[in-house]
Write a protein that binds this ligand. Structure first.
Ligand SMILES: Cc1cc2nc3c(=O)[nH]c(=O)nc-3n(C[C@H](O)[C@H](O)[C@H](O)COP(=O)(O)OP(=O)(O)OC[C@H]3O[C@@H](n4cnc5c(N)ncnc54)[C@H](O)[C@@H]3O)c2cc1C
Length: 485
């Protein structure tokens, strides 16, 4: 066994693999799989380490694909590209933008690997487009028997497009992109009842729509992005970006420490402080109103508002489920009533926001979050480091509603409640493919990816303080500075 621990980016999962391999070529990956087969070891690949559960945990060989990240093939005319599986979204976005190709839709972070992002059906927010898995035309994978195979049709390809890390080691992914485009952003600020009434119509008649609901103030901000031809950013976009670039990493550290302190204060006096907190959340979400910029920058503007959300001091647990859009209004209304009841009993969420996003229905995957139904994603956030124990009953009450409404838990995020996976109608077909490709379970661990998660019942204060001083801790913010400049 190695001495070193491996952990995910959220720092809530920590384990010791037998060894970590860092292949540079497809032949290297084949050799690792052969070694594992010969020695009877499990194998797990890892990309950006951004999943919040045990998706890549293993006591066998951990295969880190961060050295396999090149763009290999480009058919600019048809928007088709092939990248190595360890290529990050950020790297791909920047490299392909030079060829005037953009991802049709993106989520709110950029350091996930392509293979890792499609593993869990990572999504942005649009009823006109699906998830990243839906952009996949073909994958190349090393299977348990050591063979290299490509998949573009049938159930095997559908399983590979949302593969959960359980089918083999992906080495290449071919994607369908679209021509470069810009986005203009409008923010609509409304009361929750009015917004819940209108959100589906707004989403159906615009390209990219997401909604933030602040339950304590019962206000919502709906972010409406409209696409147009690729053009230069306007002044509002440049000002927003400049404000971000002007910030020092010290200011992020101070903000994190203050957030930690204020978070505790807020939960001590929730009624008194919630109007202030809610106003701040709403202002922060609205600051890109009027922005016009190239598409991927606008998708990633979430980073400007929440640049430190990836860091230990906050340890934000995002619990997100995917629903049939037809259920959304009913679900939000029930959630609203339940959260109001909880507030009456002085139970307040320590990160008071509910995020609603969308994806077009797709038949490209078997267990994707948006498989076979136009999808609304509803997510809550809980800061693991701030009075986490008191948050668990609130999160569980919300998840109980999510499950009752047929929600599919996000494969890459956190869960407080465990239950079966019946909401995934294609799981049986996925299992048939999986057993055929990996009969010895080389790529599957016995424990479920959501079992035994550390629930942070006591905030690890020492670890947080160490992380506030750790020079590496804010590395991703520095990367983002390079990425946007
Ligand atoms: C700050 C932040 C923001 C996020 N925003 C969004 C969002 O907007 N929308 C959304 O849907 N999700 C979001 N997520 C979740 C995230 O996109 C997913 O968890 C995604 O799977 C992470 O990709 P990764 O490369 O980090 O994968 P990892 O966490 O490294 O791995 C995830 C899974 O992929 C497997 N895997 C990785 N590479 C390979 C390979 N080459 N071959 C086989 N299996 C492989 C692993 O074994 C594991 O099972 C966010 C996460 C964070 C931390």
């Amino acid at each position: 066994m190695t001495e070193a621990y491996e952990e995910n980016a959220w720092k809530n999962v920590r384990f010791r693999p037998a060894r970590v391999a860092r292949p540079e070529t497809v032949d290297d990956v084949k050799a690792i799989v052969s070694e594992a087969r010969a020695t009877g070891q499990k194998v797990k690949a890892v990309g950006g380490r951004h999943s919040m559960n045990h998706a890549f945990r293993t006591e066998g060989i951990l295969v880190d694909l961060s050295k396999m990240r090149r763009t290999l093939f480009l058919d600019k005319e048809n928007g088709v590209v092939e990248v190595e599986a360890g290529c990050t979204l950020g790297d791909a976005v920047v490299a392909l933008a030079e060829h005037k190709l953009h991802f049709p839709s993106l989520g709110s972070w950029y350091t996930q690997s392509i293979a890792g992002a499609i593993a869990t059906s990572t999504h942005g927010s649009s009823l006109a487009y699906g998830s990243l898995s839906d952009t996949v035309l073909e994958v190349e994978a090393i299977l348990a028997d050591g063979s290299v195979q490509r998949f573009s049709n049938g159930d095997e390809a559908k399983a590979m497009r949302c593969h959960l890390g359980r089918l083999g080691i992906l080495t290449k992914v071919k994607l369908q992109l679209r021509s470069a485009f810009s986005l203009s952003c409008r923010i609509q600020s409304k009361s929750a009842p009015e917004a819940f009434q209108q959100i589906l119509d707004t989403t159906r008649s615009n390209d990219y729509v997401s909604m933030l609901w602040i339950p304590d103030s019962d206000r919502t901000c709906t972010r409406v992005l409209t696409s147009g031809d690729d053009g230069p950013p306007n002044q509002a976009a440049m000002d927003l970006e400049q404000r971000y670039l002007d910030r020092s990493t010290l200011s992020f550290r101070i903000e994190d420490v203050l957030f930690f302190g204020l978070g505790h204060l807020y939960l001590a006096f929730p009624k008194l402080l919630s109007p202030y907190y809610s106003r701040r959340v709403e202002e922060a979400f609205c600051d890109d109103d009027g922005v016009i910029d190239t598409s991927y920058r606008v998708f990633l503007y979430d980073q400007y508002r929440e640049p430190t959300e990836n860091h230990r001091l906050r340890m934000i647990m995002n619990v997100e489920y995917a629903f049939d859009v037809a259920q959304l209004k009913l679900l939000l209304n029930e959630l609203r009533t339940r959260l109001a009841d909880l507030r009456e009993q002085r139970h307040y969420l320590n990160y008071p926001r509910v995020h609603v996003r969308f994806a077009k229905k797709s038949d490209a995957t078997l267990v994707g979050l948006n498989t076979d139904r136009d999808t609304a994603y509803v997510g809550i956030y809980v800061v693991g480091s701030v009075r986490h124990k008191s948050q668990i009953p609130i999160a569980e009450a919300i998840e109980e509603i999510f499950l009752r409404f047929g929600g599919r838990p996000h494969w890459g995020k956190y869960r407080y409640l465990t239950h079966s996976y019946e909401a995934y109608s294609g799981l049986e077909r996925f299992e048939i493919v999986r057993r055929a490709l990996d009969p010895e379970d080389m790529f599957s661990e016995e424990a479920d990816m959501f079992q035994g998660l550390d629930r942070f019942e006591r905030a690890p204060l020492g670890a947080m303080l160490r992380s506030a001083c750790d020079p590496d801790e804010y590395q991703e913010i520095k990367c983002l500075k390079r990425f946007v400049s």
